[in-house]
Design a protein around this ligand. Structure first.
Ligand code: SF4
Ligand code: SF4
Length: 308
């Protein structure tokens, strides 16, 4: 069995400072794009901003991501999170606690996170690590959309782990629940045990199954768990036949990169980092009175938090 609990990046890693998305010019273009997008999509945030600005004027508090939501509009929170991540991965695995915070007032339901995740992990038909649930709430004419991105919750008490008969899945010391594809027998007990529907089975399907040729983008390998997983038609090699789920992009974290969904979130709704870092963005966000977790009554203790 491979030791997925061991960190791949240390202070002497050849790639400890690898940037999130390539070059500085790409980041600059992205910030301009975000500014334009958020101007169109940020009516709700603007309301929040005005309310918070009044409160700030009264208390004289220093602006923070909560009291100044516009601080997410230029994408600079991505650079803050990247730097925090690169600090965190220098620590022993047991000293980190990865968490994700999703602000539902900022999520615009664009599915960019879903698409980037599918691409990052080369997901086949039927396997989606991060769907975005869309719900219409209210009564006409007072109606609104409500969006809930649903990655694996990386539960601290994960029912999926105890449901595995061959111990192919477990929780790492940093909070990420992993699957050893070489041990998984595809029994799907973990899929049934997960109360969040966060796991799906890989039946080896291809989008181009009824076409003359499977395109190269479907057969390219992915790099989950920092290994290369080839994907070929009529093959039974892992991850075909296995249960699959979001890993918070563990393979990217190890290389100093944020999860793909975080870097592509058009609304600036998704934050990620080390909760054990008291100065981190996620630690600050989780201090909000708006924080909720899904199905807390089950005692699963999810590592994904929502700002409602
Ligand atoms: Fe396991 Fe489901 Fe919790 Fe993810 S959300 S850790 S798959 S029980
Ligand atoms: Fe919501 Fe961000 Fe996902 Fe778009 S990318 S659906 S804004 S969480």
């Amino acid at each position: 069995m491979k030791d997925h609990g061991l960190p791949c990046v240390s202070s002497d890693s050849p790639h400890p400072e690898k940037p999130v998305s390539g070059s500085i010019s790409v980041d600059t273009d992205r910030r301009k794009f975000l500014m334009k997008t958020l101007t169109a999509a940020g009516a709700l945030s603007a309301v929040t901003l005005n309310l918070e600005s009044d409160a700030e004027a009264q208390t004289g508090e220093v602006a923070s991501p909560l009291s100044a939501p516009e601080s997410f509009a230029d994408g600079s929170h991505l650079e803050r999170m990247r730097l925090e991540l690169n600090t965190a991965i220098q620590k022993p695995v047991k000293d980190r606690k990865w968490v994700m915070v999703i602000d539902q007032q900022k999520c615009i339901g664009c599915d960019a996170c879903t698409v980037s995740c599918n691409s990052e992990n080369n997901l086949p038909p039927g396997v989606v690590y991060r769907p975005v649930a869309k719900e219409e709430i209210g009564t006409f004419p007072n109606v609104a959309w409500h969006f809930t991105p649903r990655p694996c919750m990386q539960c601290d008490n994960p029912p999926c782990v105890s449901g595995c008969p061959v111990k192919a899945t477990w929780k790492r010391d940093d909070g990420i629940v992993v699957i050893d594809y070489d041990v998984c027998i595809g029994c799907r007990n973990c899929i049934a045990a997960c109360p969040y529907n966060a796991r799906t089975a890989d039946f080896g399907d291809f989008f181009g199954r009824n076409t003359p040729e499977i395109m190269a983008y479907e057969t390219r390998p992915n790099y989950e768990y920092s290994e290369e997983w080839a994907r070929k038609p009529h093959s039974h090699s892992s991850p075909i036949g296995n249960a699959r789920k979001c890993t918070f992009c563990l393979h990217r974290i190890r290389e100093g990169m944020l999860p793909a969904c975080v870097t592509t979130c058009l609304g600036g709704a998704t934050s990620f980092g080390d909760y054990n870092d008291k100065n981190s963005l996620v630690h600050e966000l989780i201090g909000s009175s708006r924080v909720r977790r899904l199905k807390e009554e089950l005692g699963t203790a999810p590592s994904v938090y929502y700002l409602v």
